[in-house]
Structures are given as C-alpha cells and as structure tokens.
Design a protein around this ligand. Structure first.
Ligand code: ZN
Length: 368
C-alpha cells in the first residue's frame, strides 16, 4: 500500500510512467492521473501535523472527488485550474440536493442502498469537511428524503419524497443559476461603466456567497458572455470582462423584455385535466390564474414566445425546447428538458415566468 499524495489515505500501489504520470485509485479522491510536476509541487507543499502525520489537502481532494462523481477521470496537470473549477456547496439546500443526486446516480432504480460515510465521501457533494456532509445527511433523513438501511449500517436510499424533492431541486437549481447569472451580468456591466472590476466589488454588488457567484461565472463563460482570468486557489477570478454577447445580455437584463410585447406579469397559468375548460379568473386584485388544458397551455406558451422574441433563431430554439419538454415521458427527462428550456430561454425568463409553476407541476405528473 501507498499513500494518496492528495489526501494521504491508503491507496493501492502506483508508479510514475514518464511522460504519462501515475494513475491513483483513491477511495476518497476517486481515480485520477497525477503528472510528475504537480506531484512534485504537492510534495513540496506538504504539511505535517505535530505527530508527523501528513495533513491532507481536503480542498483538492474534494475537487477531485467532485469531478470523479461526474464521471471524469481527472488528469492532474495544472493544479490551479482544478482549484478554480472547484464548486463547494454554498448552503444546506444545495448540499442536500447533491446528496440526493449522488444516491440517485448510484442507484437509479431506487431499490439498492448506497453506502455513505462522511469521512470518506464528503467530496461527493463537494464538501471538504465531513462535518457538513454528516449534517446534510442527517437533515435529509430528518426531512424524510432518505432512509437508512439499519442503525449500524451507513447505507441510504431515496424515499418517494426524496425523488420528488430531487426533481424539484434540479429545476430550481437551474432556475437559481440563471437568476444569479443575471445578477452577476448586470453587476459586471455596472462595474465596467464605473470603477472597473475587482473581485470584492463584484461580490459586494451581487451580495451572494462567492461560491455561488463563481458558479454563475462558469456558466456565463460557457454561454460566451464573459472572459475570465483566474488566480491559483482563489474562488473569485482576478478579472472578469463581459464579451459583446455578454453586454447585449446585460442590456436585456437591465431593460427587461420589450415593454410593448411583454405579457402581463400578473398572470399565472395552471394546467388542469386533459379536458379542462379555459377559465380566466382573478383571485385577488393583482393575480390572474388561468386554467388551461395541456394542448392550449403549450399553444399559449408558443404564442407568447412568438410575440415576445423578435430574433428568429432564438424563437425557434425555444419552441423546439418547449416541444422536447412536452415529448418527454418520465419525470427525470422532463426535469432535464425543463432545465434545457430555461437555458435557451435565459434571455427571456420574465416572459416564461408566468408559466413556470405549471411547468414544474407537469414535471411531477405522470403524463402530459
Ligand atoms: Zn486521496
């Protein structure tokens, strides 16, 4: 046995084979390939406790495990980029959703119990500390989202309530991500106009946890809205600049959809039964609830999108995403398709807003 160069856990024998590095199979970090140069850096940076035990790099270990959970065998070449990509959970709901995601991935049919031990598995949710992981698992049990196999056996599976929560979490997480991305976009826009970018100014302007802002920036980078310069082992980038695309998105966020075409914001759509009649009624002075059958409901979405989205290719993308959502049969695919729909409709979230409660409702339903 050898020690894992990252977390110091016992791992099976490994050897460096120049120039391909060494393949390390660690129960805590997952399987990864370590190149010679970063191995040397890790060795130089190693810290020892008072009794000469190696102090594990928990953050790097959690970052590697998180990637392994996504099915990636990381090649550890540039340590800085791995630290930069690290995405710790910002709050309990996020941590909770990730625990449920992990169990669902390991046991997709839902019958099998999945072993989970905080000391070994904290990284599955991106936590670098098992205290947070144990707390999250405790909450998940208390809320009735997971059941434990036996008191003396730390293995878990999702309950019906857990599956339901997971579907809602996937959709909400995507929605939240898009909202935060909008906030970061307008804050960047504002900073560029005034004092210029600084990580602290951005965090202050957005007023959210740094890890959440960093996640939104990664998303914005993928969308081509921003270019980012990162620094070693820091959550926030040293520099973030809006691209031309990003500037256009910022202006859309700041101005809202074209006022003349925007649907009334105080309408909430509701889908009831296959043959429900259309019923427009006012619950109070400010909110109109519209009950539609599903055919009319989807036709209504397409109508509103056609009116509110001037750009033809965006409009077609959104309509395609709506139809794909509608075509999905199982809740998991539906949740995924709704996420995709929200993504292509990122610039017109206010237009889709009135439909969201009904769309979420449809995710949970057996068939459309
Ligand atoms: Zn390890």
């Amino acid at each position: 046995m050898k020690e894992c160069p990252v977390c110091a856990a016992d791992v099976p024998e490994y050897q460096f084979e120049h120039p391909n590095g060494a393949r390390i199979r660690c129960t805590q970090c997952g399987t990864f390939r370590l190149m010679e140069r970063p191995a040397q850096i890790l060795g130089e940076r190693r810290i020892y406790s008072a009794n000469y035990a190696i102090v594990p790099d928990k953050r790097l270990s959690a970052a590697l495990r998180q990637r392994a959970e996504r099915g990636e065998e990381t090649i550890v070449d540039d340590l800085a980029s791995i630290y930069a990509d690290y995405d710790p959970p910002g709050d309990l709901p996020t941590a909770l959703g990730r625990v449920l995601q992990h169990i669902a991935r390991k046991a997709p049919t839902g019958h099998r119990f999945v072993p989970l031990i905080g000391r070994r598995d904290a990284g599955v949710i991106g936590a670098d500390d098992h205290g947070m992981f144990d707390h999250t698992l405790g909450e998940a049990t208390k809320l009735g989202f997971v059941e434990r196999k036996a008191l003396d056996e730390a293995a878990y599976r999702l309950t019906m309530a857990g599956w339901q929560h997971l579907r809602e979490f996937d959709v909400m997480e995507r929605k939240r991500l898009l909202e935060v991305a909008d906030r970061v976009t307008s804050a960047l826009y504002d900073l560029e106009l005034r004092d210029g970018y600084s990580a602290t100014a951005l965090a202050d302007a957005v007023g959210l946890d740094e890890s959440e802002i960093a996640r939104a920036l990664r998303y914005m980078e993928k969308q081509g809205w921003v270019t980012v310069e990162r620094v070693f082992a820091s959550t926030m980038p040293a520099l973030a600049t809006l691209t031309k695309e990003g500037l256009r998105h910022a202006e859309q966020v700041l101005n809202g959809p074209t006022a003349a075409n925007a649907p009334q914001p105080n309408v909430v759509y509701n889908v009831s039964g296959p043959n429900a009649r259309i019923n427009i009624g006012s619950h109070d002075a400010s909110v109109n609830v519209v009950d539609l059958d599903s055919n009319t409901f989807f036709a209504e979405i397409e109508r509103v999108v056609a009116e509110a989205v001037p750009d033809r290719s965006t409009r077609e993308d959104i309509v395609r995403a709506v139809r794909e959502f509608r075509g999905a049969t199982d809740p998991k695919t539906k949740a995924q398709r709704l996420g995709e729909l929200l993504e292509v409709a990122a610039n017109i979230t206010t237009v889709l807003q009135p439909f969201l409660p009904a769309l979420m409702q449809l995710v949970a339903q057996k068939q459309l």
